[in-house]
Ligand binder design. Structure first.
Ligand code: NAD
Length: 491
């Protein structure tokens, strides 16, 4: 498959803006074209699946130890190319370089983690009915896994799918986001060339043109998708009649509850981090905040002071706290949510506009709103931008009810030292991850995923490997005499 070189020179935005055959990749901090990639077609998707299918049998037979060595080698090669990978990621995605250093650690550690988990076990032996029998539960690879990736964590979310899929013995076809394909293409060319041909494949392009053919392809039994609710629903409707294994990681609208006993300074920093990391473009970004009305003033004042101190700028500048948003339409959506909330009575405490000093780039000021309620879109639908809406509650029971009053159930955060409140929250809030006093800290061994419309898939941990393995029960009798209960029933 021909792939555009990812080492191309930075071009002026007027030079290339995409075409029938190419897609321009834009730096969101400058609005300039960084490079172009191939605008893939259904034919490209079909060719990639054919290669992956041909490679599957040999790869699934490859000893788990060998697969582990190849995955560790991939991690080592990515380390050797660390600086360029982080640079490309920062240029195309926009978040600060320190956040991309962290994403890089997740990328490589995930390969190392699943290298080991993949050779640990492949099922279990269960007690059998008779001494002469053996009952085994085998975990087997599905075949070709399509891995469809969003732009907000292009490498981490790719690794969370590709590493377990390969460790389990599947081959993969990766479809990176059309907004952020460059770092993945670079890794494919420089860091994965030691895998047997066809084990890892990439197709670039728009979702409808190149990812849908993967979803519909009869030789792709697993669709691993992270992205928006609307596209997840479309994929589900296309793939469900074909009985495919669907691994869907969709949107979120995470609640952040601050209990009365929390310290305002600590709360301000934790909250800003949870809501503004990656300019609020994290599936588990805090998007709804619930404050105790008795101490709302103190918490709000500390938050405003902290948010106002943050520095906006390009991700490549090490002084930057918050980078641009990914693109114009995403920023317009945030502006629409803020305007609707203000129109319904929300109070703007800071931000709420594009920064005057940054005329170029898709920047939006970190924004705090008060006096919001659940009739506003900003408290119901995913905003995916740097906005912190504050709502007051009168009792902790009410805070839990408000946290659960949401169609999504991805993550939820709580700040408290009150152990009973913490226990209530972790048991009663419907969310795939609960963070208490340390928002948005994930763990390689801790399954990550959602409830309700956030999708039911799990990545990371043992569960993340099992998403790419199907279960087979084997019943084996060593005594080859006929059984007494076989035909004929009559004497
Ligand atoms: P998106 O749904 O627009 O796109 C995701 C991927 O799907 C892209 O590669 C895109 O090209 C592809 N796609 C588009 N149309 C398609 C189609 N018809 N068929 C198949 N694939 C198609 O999402 P996005 O804007 O890239 O990412 C942001 C979204 O991702 C947010 O909603 C966010 O919450 C979600 N997200 C969820 C998680 C999670 O773990 N739950 C993590 C990160 C992001």
């Amino acid at each position: 498959m021909s792939l555009q070189s990812t080492d191309a020179q930075k071009k002026n935005s007027s030079a290339t803006t995409g075409s029938d055959t190419a897609i321009a990749v834009i730096n969101p901090a400058t609005e300039e074209v960084i490079d172009t990639v191939k605008r893939g077609t259904a034919e490209d998707a079909n060719k990639a699946v054919a290669k992956a299918k041909r490679a599957f049998r040999e790869w699934s037979r490859t000893p788990a130890n060998t697969r582990a060595h190849l995955l560790h080698e991939a991690a080592a090669k990515m380390h050797a190319h660390k600086d360029r990978i982080i640079e490309l990621l920062t240029l195309e995605e926009g978040k600060p370089v320190c956040e991309n250093e962290e994403e890089f650690e997740w990328l490589t550690n995930t390969f190392d983690y699943y290298a080991e988990l993949g050779r640990h076990e492949r099922g279990r032996v269960s007690p059998s009915g008779e001494y002469t029998q053996l009952n085994m539960v085998l975990k087997e690879p599905y075949g070709v896994a399509a891995c469809i990736i969003p732009w907000n964590y292009p490498l981490l979310l790719m690794a969370w799918k590709v590493a377990p899929a390969l460790a389990a013995g599947n081959t993969v076809v990766i479809k990176p986001s059309e907004l952020t394909p460059l770092s993945t293409l670079y890794i494919f060319e420089k860091c994965w060339d030691h895998f047997p041909d066809g084990v890892i494949n990439i197709v670039t392009g728009y979702g409808a043109e190149v990812a849908e053919p993967l979803v519909l392809h009869p030789d792709v039994p697993v669709i691993a998708f992270t992205g928006s609710l609307a596209i997840g629903q479309r994929i589900a409707s296309l793939a469900a009649p074909m009985m495919k294994k669907l691994h869907l990681e969709l949107g979120g609208k995470d609640a952040f509850v601050i209990a009365e006993d929390a310290d305002p300074e600590m709360a301000a920093r934790a909250l800003a981090y949870a809501a503004l990391t990656n300019a609020g473009q994290v599936c588990t970004s805090t998007e709804r905040v619930y404050l105790p009305s008795k101490k709302a003033k103190e918490f709000t004042e500390a938050l405003i002071a902290h948010v106002k101190s943050l520095k906006l700028g390009a991700g490549m500048d090490p002084q930057t706290d918050m980078g641009p948003m990914i693109g114009a339409t995403y920023r317009e959506k945030v502006e629409g949510h803020v305007a609707e909330a203000i129109g319904k009575g929300a109070r703007l405490l800071t931000g709420g506009k594009r920064p005057e000093k940054l005329k170029v780039g898709y920047y939006y000021e970190p924004t705090v709103l008060a006096n919001v309620d659940h009739n506003m879109v900003i408290m119901r639908e995913e905003t995916f931008g740097p906005v912190i809406p504050l709502m007051e509650y009168n009792s902790f029971d009410e805070a839990i009810e408000l946290a659960n009053d949401c169609m999504f159930g991805l993550g939820a955060c709580l700040l408290t030292s009150d152990t009973l409140k913490a226990k209530m929250f972790l048991e009663e809030v419907k969310a795939g991850t609960i963070w208490i006093n340390d928002p948005l800290t994930d763990n390689y061994a801790g399954p990550f995923g959602g409830m309700k419309l956030s999708g039911g898939a799990r990545e990371l941990g043992q569960e993340g490997l099992d998403e790419f393995r199907e279960t087979k029960h084997v019943h084996w009798e060593f005594n080859t005499k006929p059984k007494s209960w076989w035909y004929p029933y009559g004497k």
